[in-house]
Write a protein that binds this ligand. Sequence first.
Ligand code: ADP
Length: 629
Amino acid sequence: MKVIILRKKQFKAESKKLLDMMINSIYTHKEIFLRELISNASDATDKLYFKSLTDTSIATDKLAIRIDLDKDARTVTISDSGIGMTPEELEKNLGTIAKSDSLNFKNENEGDENMENIEVIGQFGVGFYSSFMVADKVEVVSKALGCDEAAKWVSEGADGYTIEPCEKDSVGTVITLHIKDDTENDNYSQYLEQYKIQELVKKYSDYIRYPIVMEMTSQVPDPEKEGEYITEVNDEVLNSQVPLWRKSKSEIKDEDYNEFYKQKFYDYTDPALVIHSKTEGQATFDALMFVPQNAPFDFYSKEYEKGLQLYSNGVLIMDKCGDLLPDYFSFVKGLVDSADLSLNISREILQHDHQLKIIAKAIDKKIKSELTKLLRKEREKYEKIWETFGVQIKWGVYADYGMNKDGLKDLLLFKSSNGGWATLKEYRDRMADSQDNIYYACGETAEKIALLPQCEAVKEKGYEVLYFTDDVDEFAIQMLMEYDGKHFANILKDDFDLSTDAEKEAMQKQNENSKEWLGKMKDLLGDEVTAVKLTNKLGSHAVSLAAEGYVSLEMAKVLSQMPGANDQMKAQLVLEISSSHPIAEKLANADEATLEKYTKILYNQARLIAGLSVENPTELADSIADLMV
Ligand code: ADP
């Protein structure tokens, strides 16, 4: 046997901090320690079961999780017959927080007051550590499958742990918690009571697939003496063992779903939407899916991995099956359980599995239909989800050359000049007969777009404008091309014009007549603009920039930030001057020096209005100040 030197080891720094939080937690749900330990035991048993599918020498007829209470010794013991841990694994798994997600999250939030708020712990898979919320000493004895040696891990909290060899006959893990003494605020002794443990198992771990067994004491009538009772002690199974998703919907309460979600997917808020479906036909499967209220902390990072848990007849075969979810629904959490999948199927084969593809298609359809239903029936809830995850769906419209656009277009929401959010259909239904296109404008926020000169003018004419505030919006809409026979028109484009033919003609004439000074302005601005024009599109405002050609201002902004950006991705800008504004006349009659100064000022002002930066703000400020004195 390998000799393990017994000496106190320190937890890794991060683990230590977390442990401190656990030990001193004011967490109101200390009771979750039990479900965490039972979940670990269940996972370990799953792993053993999974191995047994290819190794018939592994017996699986007695798989169970046991809880023993000892009031005198003040211990709660949780034993499993799962896969166990080797001494090295004990060290690795319980001496550090292996999950890099938790680590990253902690590092990013270092020094943040909220880290003291134990609520965030729900986001970690800190499972095992939660035992220190109720115990001042924890012992773990474990023997791994296929390993001769057993080891015992002991810790009294943050100052470290020991590992030493020990004897253990059977494979599995035994965790003994030495329950803390009661304090003024905390009644720890309750966890030594049978009824309390029974209640907690029912509440949190009812669906665990393996029997959770505990010795229960009950009073039964004495068969020999009438009217008297005797005490009987029997092993009882505390959980129903039916997975939540296998139960019929009518049996399940909202709280059951919420509790299940939070426990399984490490969230601390209830889900925004629950989708529970039973499908029969080409593929037979149960699916239980959730849309979270908040984006997971790593959702927008590369580390985030989409996917649903995959079960075959109640046995977990893959933790994150990415193929089950399209990218545009990557925020959906949940699981799929199908009897049609072979248990010991390998991941590589699974990827090409025909059955899996059918399931994925059905899942996609189901999520779409549930979101559509929510949009119709519970608008506010849908809008909340949209605000959190809508960008993902918009990317879905754009991605893969628009392959999925038709299935997603009616899920889209945009802020609108009509107030609040609008679907494309709502916009379409409100369109006047005379309106040819769906109008939109891009900018940083809806409020800022609403203030753009062009936008004010279009609204004054009585038309609705959609406000595009995300980078992806215009790209998605370009991909969509049209909605219900109507094309989209960017009102910030140079060719956007709502005037009548007569008005257009008049404008053209005015431009013709002002050719000389407009041309001078263009020359002064050089390559910055492709033209300077008079326009009637700006209402009471003096100047604005419009884009010419395919690339709009917003698209140019997005494209210029991409790696490998080049000049071709620049928007071609037209400086527009309101023909009805007194400035037009001023410019027409200005001397060379004044024209030069005004041109620069007006161009920079137009850039600011468009949300573009000004190359030399000091010069601009000085020029304006000069005009004031
Ligand atoms: P998590 O379960 O979220 O991974 P834990 O801190 O609860 O985090 O556990 C860390 C690791 O320790 C687990 O991933 C598992 O490998 C191992 N482990 C914990 N409990 C058991 C157990 N009862 N049997 C076997 N391994 C276990």
